[in-house]
Design a binder for this molecule. Structure first.
Ligand code: FPP
Ligand code: MG
Length: 320
């Protein structure tokens, strides 16, 4: 991630790592089970927040590390809960907490990380607007997940798919950028533009994630291939393949079973591959990346503008 170097001239990123790590040291059991999971993230959300807060070149995010760490902790908490809902076995290359210790412990560990995030926010006095934005973020994350879980094994319309990925992913990246702009005291229109950039970035991020779920390498993504389909989450590659494949009936049959084997996943991948679904999804993601770059406010610091464009290029080209 070469975009990190621009940020490193302004901020010591080791402090971010220390702050995230410190959030789990109070209890030995929590520390033991959370450290491998916490260590494996890409840090996209806190880095986006910190980068956007540098968009005002007169502002240096020295007191913002705890808020950046809080964003990573909210994200990690949501993944711990997501893995329970998906009955996932692997996350960030390590065994999930639900798989190791059961769902009951995993619910509580997710809650713990979530509470730690809000403790960091409360203790650092970022003001009521930041708290309101964070509350809306968590509400939307939950809503996205509820919508998704209420329609397991149901093929969504394109509009329903977009509503879901907007709530569960795009809104998060948009929030990170918005918070950066708020903290740096940018003009309102610039904050909105940054938030729009984050929203489009997030849509592209989730579409690529949904492709990687079928076509990624397990050792790079850190999670099992076909996890979405097995847990009943029907994503864009399937939606498109169902629309254009001559073998759409076979794909529909797989989804209707609701108990999807590895052989079913392999067949679904074969059917998707025969169509233009991969290309279609990539084009959709690329369009959102182009829109994100267009959303960038012209008046912000030139280095940061370039960095945010590099983040966009990373999101479209990522394989993990
Ligand atoms: C991963 O997406 C999961 C999310 C983006 C959000 C999950 C949100 C919740 C469980 C509700 C919020 C909970 C708290 C504590 C804030 P994915 O399932 O598409 O990706 P994956 O393939 O990595 O699992
Ligand atoms: Mg999931």
């Amino acid at each position: 991630m070469n975009f990190i170097s621009a940020l490193e001239t302004k901020i010591n990123l080791q402090e971010l790592e220390n702050c995230i790590g410190q959030a789990v040291v109070e209890d030995k059991f929590i520390q033991e089970i959370c450290t491998p999971l916490i260590g494996g993230g890409k840090r996209l959300r806190p880095l986006l927040f910190l980068t956007c807060s540098c968009a005002n070149k007169n502002f240096s995010p020295t007191k913002e590390i705890p808020l950046a760490a809080a964003l990573e902790l909210i994200h990690t908490a949501s993944l711990v809960h997501d893995d329970i809902l998906d009955n996932a076995k692997k996350r960030r290359g390590v065994e999930t907490i639900n798989s190791m210790h059961g769902s009951q412990i995993a619910v509580l560990v997710g809650d713990y990380l979530f509470a730690k995030a809000f403790q960091l926010v409360a203790e650092n006095d970022y003001g009521s607007e930041v708290s309101a934005v964070l509350s809306k973020l968590v509400k939307n994350l939950c809503l996205g997940e509820i919508i998704q879980d209420r329609s397991f094994f149901v093929v969504p319309t394109l509009e329903e798919y977009y509503t879901r990925i907007n709530l569960k992913t795009a809104f998060f990246l948009s929030t990170c950028c918005r918070l950066g702009g708020i903290i740096a005291k940018l003009e309102r229109t610039e904050i909105e533009n940054l938030a729009d950039y984050g929203g489009n970035l997030g849509l592209a991020f989730q579409i690529i994630d949904d492709l990687l779920d079928f076509f990624g390498e397990e050792k790079l993504t850190g999670k099992a291939v076909g996890g979405d389909l097995k847990s009943g989450v029907i994503t864009l590659p399937i939606i498109r393949a169902l629309e254009v494949s001559p073998r759409a009936d076979a794909l529909t049959k797989i989804i209707a079973q609701e108990k999807i084997s590895c052989a079913d996943v392999a067949l679904a991948i074969e059917i998707i591959r025969e169509t233009d679904a991969v290309e279609y999804c990539r084009t959709c993601a690329e369009n959102h990346i182009a829109a994100a770059k267009n959303n960038l406010p012209a008046a912000i610091d030139a280095t940061i503008n370039l960095t945010l464009k590099q983040v966009a290029d990373f999101v479209i080209s990522r394989n993990r």
